[in-house]
Ligand binder design. Structure first.
Ligand SMILES: NC(=O)c1ccc[n+]([C@@H]2O[C@H](COP(=O)([O-])OP(=O)(O)OC[C@H]3O[C@@H](n4cnc5c(N)ncnc54)[C@H](O)[C@@H]3O)[C@@H](O)[C@H]2O)c1
Length: 296
């Protein structure tokens, strides 16, 4: 008996890394899983692993950054397993480059897979769930890079957009019984091996089993999480941590509103101490001495 007995779902980019772990955990909890990956050999290997362990799965090689790919993926789940109850948007790519050097192709390629793929697969899945009348769960994937990360304009921007889409869809889809959450996972994978430090150099990271994020994804897809929607959780390793939503902080008020002259006179006094930490490591606000041109 698993918490997902009788359910069916799709995992994008499920052929390796973090997505593979999601597939294994969903299947272990009784769900039938369509393992999607543009790398079909990897997806098929995960399907073999699941079927050998007594689970149900099938492979799909759609490019989820296209409408046809998203449609085919969801249709395969419905055709082969009789319905769809979970969409796990995990597929991802990286094309890191500093902002001033990033090309349109590098930017669009990452936005298309992360933000575009998440949009299209979720929409295709949610339309089917609405039609079925069963409700369901969408689990998106963000990254702490969306706090800002050197060299990742395309990736950080897409992940921030996915966080905002998660909050928005939770509001819009609750009426159909569809819950929408996201994880910000951790794991040693092909992608994590490309990470650079703030100085742009390779970093040595301790090994973290990428499959461990899947247990939480299975929980989020189950009825045991039927009161959880519009939330983002850091997962992986040994911890589950809730991500605080961006929210307005301390305000400054002035009768009649602030003129520019008022701000010149009063902003520093009110707001300098409020300036927020920056970046993936929540670095304390780094610009108290000013942001100056190189020649000064
Ligand atoms: N590894 C980490 O520590 C980490 C941290 C934060 C967020 N993430 C996110 O977790 C997710 C998985 O990352 P990972 O580290 O396992 O990466 P990975 O590169 O190991 O796996 C990603 C998989 O997605 C597939 N894929 C890429 N584009 C696709 C497309 N258009 N259609 C279908 N499949 C496609 C790839 O073939 C690959 O198998 C990504 O969304 C990533 O941004 C990872």
């Amino acid at each position: 008996m698993g918490v997902l007995d009788g359910r069916a779902g799709v995992v994008t980019g499920g052929g390796r890394g973090i997505g593979r772990g999601h597939c294994l955990h969903l299947a272990e909890q009784g769900a039938s899983v369509v393992v999607n990956d543009i790398d079909i050999d990897e997806a098929s290997a995960v399907v073999d692993e699941i079927t050998k362990a007594g689970g149900k799965a099938s492979a799909n090689k759609s490019d989820i950054s296209t409408r046809e790919g998203a449609q085919a993926l969801v249709a395969q789940c419905v055709d082969e397993f009789g319905g769809i109850h979970a969409v796990v948007n995990n597929a991802g790519n990286v094309k890191d480059r500093t902002f001033l050097r990033m090309t349109d192709d590098e930017f669009m390629s990452v936005v298309k897979v992360h933000q575009g793929g998440t949009f299209m697969c979720s929409q295709e899945g949610a339309l089917r769930m609405k039609e079925q009348g069963t409700g369901g769960a969408i689990v998106n994937t963000v990254s702490a890079a969306h706090f800002g990360n050197f060299g990742q304009t395309n990736y950080a921007g897409s992940k921030g957009a996915i966080a905002s889409m998660t909050y928005t869809w939770a509001l819009e889809l609750a009426r159909y019984g569809i819950r929408v959450n996201a994880i910000s996972p951790t794991g040693s994978t092909r992608m994590s091996s490309t990470y650079k430090g703030p100085d742009g150099k390779d970093v040595e990271l301790p090994y973290i089993d990428p499959t461990r994020n899947g247990a939480f994804v299975a929980f989020l897809c189950s009825d045991h999480a039927n009161y959880v929607s519009g939330q983002i959780f850091g997962t992986g390793g040994e911890r589950v941590v809730i991500l605080e939503h961006p929210a307005y902080g301390n305000a400054m008020y002035k009768d009649g509103g602030w003129s520019t002259d008022d701000l010149v006179a009063g902003f520093e006094n009110h707001m300098r101490k409020e300036l927020e930490p920056l970046g993936i490591m929540s670095q304390p606000y780094p610009f108290h001495d000013g942001v100056k041109p190189p020649s000064s």
